[in-house]
Design a protein around this ligand. Structure first.
Ligand SMILES: Cc1cc2nc3c(=O)[nH]c(=O)nc-3n(C[C@H](O)[C@H](O)[C@H](O)COP(=O)(O)OP(=O)(O)OC[C@H]3O[C@@H](n4cnc5c(N)ncnc54)[C@H](O)[C@@H]3O)c2cc1C
Length: 408
């Protein structure tokens, strides 16, 4: 691999694929391995909420302009306390005058197609998908199998993490999460909803073309029951769970439920191996944080890889530096999502007045809304929105913020 630094990335999910592109952009030679063939990687049915931290990384890697036409931006986020029946509206302007959008929604397919196209076109990256060969470095060739860096991006059940003997904390929520795409009457195209119901958070995410992605958290037995309903019975159950002004009209796919867990690796690196994405951490889907947190891992990795390429960081110190830099963001995001679930998934009489006070404060203060929204979309270190920042605005037209009606 010449005199350039080299890395192997285990796992070509969205985090591993982006990590390979980021390392190549930092001047490294990269091998990317995944046991799944190309088609299987593309056909995963999932939608993601992208935050400004992800937008910023995609811009840095020259991917944003190509992805933007496949994304649906939203300039308003309605946070509803289902037990209190009150809500607060966040606007993109709460993040700064040039933020343009609170976030974006996009499907896995177009994202993965773009990442694979760029990976395959990059001469510094060798992509090994499918096949029976073990993608893990063969034993007996040193810890990194001859590579300067091993990136474990092989998902929540990470074989690389286990191979390194790194344990993890694991907490299974009693809630599961059900996802489905629907057509909704009464839903504005630029408006997302996070409805904090006593049985669990419920996200309504605009996908454009009259579609909405729903991420419905509820007790696991309830999710299984909902999954087994006929289309008509499901739409009826949905109408009962949504605010009155959102009327479900049509199902675009079958509802599917997933277990939900909080997971955190005991360490984020060992030797030359670093953990990124779900192999390092997993959180509740409230607030759509999972992928964005993993992509901030990639952002840090890229900063350090550039330093190593420039000779300002010894490659064998990269893992430890990565671990030190990532802990605050990872701990904060996991704690915030867990706190949201614990505070709002109940009707505790002692908590209700506190929640009412918090919502009232948010409703009346743009500064507080910015403080609450900032860490959820930018991570703990805010980015300044500057006029020179290309693409911070939403792709497509975003109507001006409309006066929200009472949702409940
Ligand atoms: C229902 C649901 C909704 C979600 N909604 C959102 C959202 O709105 N926003 C958001 O940001 N996040 C969301 N998430 C979380 C998000 O999907 C994950 O955080 C994200 O997929 C993690 O990406 P990853 O690349 O780290 O892992 P994965 O996507 O799990 O990819 C891991 C890859 O590693 C490969 N692999 C496995 N074993 C090996 C091996 N031995 N060697 C090499 N490769 C291997 C796998 O084949 C796979 O391709 C959601 C998750 C769920 C379940």
């Amino acid at each position: 691999m010449g005199s350039r630094l080299s890395a192997t990335v285990n796992g070509a999910g969205p985090t591993g694929a982006l990590a390979a592109l980021a390392l190549a952009a930092a001047g490294w030679r990269v091998q990317l391995c995944d046991p799944l063939p190309r088609q299987r990687l593309l056909e995963i049915q999932r939608a993601y909420a992208f935050t400004h931290s992800s937008r910023s990384l995609l811009q840095r890697l020259g991917l944003w302009e190509a992805l933007a036409p496949h994304l649906s931006g939203f300039s308003q986020l309605h946070l509803v306390d289902g037990a209190l029946g009150s809500s607060v509206g966040f606007r993109s302007s709460d993040l700064g005058p040039l933020a343009g959008a609170v976030g974006w929604i996009g499907s896995h397919g177009p994202l993965m197609a773009l990442l694979l196209e760029r990976l395959e076109a990059n001469p510094a990256i060798a992509v090994r998908l499918g096949g029976s060969e073990s993608p893990l470095p063969p034993p007996g060739q040193g810890q990194g199998g001859g590579f300067d860096l091993v990136v474990a991006a092989d998902g929540a059940d990470s074989p690389s993490r286990r191979e390194q003997g790194i344990g993890q904390w694991h907490h299974s929520y009693t809630q599961a999460c059900l996802t489905v795409q629907v057509g909704l009457r009464g839903a504005a195209a630029d408006q997302a909803w996070e409805i904090l119901r006593p049985e669990g958070p419920f996200a309504v995410l605009p996908m454009g073309a009259g579609r909405h992605q729903l991420v419905w958290s509820a007790p696991a037995w309830r999710c299984r029951q909902l999954e087994s309903l006929s289309d008509t019975a499901f739409l009826d159950a949905l109408a009962g769970a949504l605010p009155e002004l959102l009327q479900p009209e049509v199902l675009f796919d079958r509802p599917r439920s997933f277990p939900v867990a909080l997971q955190l690796a005991h360490r984020l690196h060992r030797g030359s191996t670093v953990l990124v994405g779900d192999s390092a951490h997993r959180c509740h889907p409230v607030g759509g944080q999972g992928l964005n947190l993993g992509w901030r891992d990639v952002q840090t990795l890229m900063d350090l890889a550039e330093k190593a390429s420039a000779g300002r960081l010894a490659p064998h110190r990269l893992g430890a530096a990565y671990g030190r830099r990532r802990w605050p963001d990872v701990l904060l995001t996991l704690a915030l999502t867990d706190l949201l679930v614990r505070l709002f998934s109940n009707r505790q009489p002692l908590l209700l007045p506190l929640r009412a006070l918090a919502l009232s404060g948010l409703r009346h203060s743009a500064g507080l809304r910015g403080l609450a929204l900032g860490p959820m979309t930018l991570g703990p270190w805010p980015i300044t929105f500057r006029g020179s920042l290309p693409g911070a605005g939403t792709p497509g037209r975003v109507p001006a913020f409309s006066t929200p009606g009472k949702p409940w």
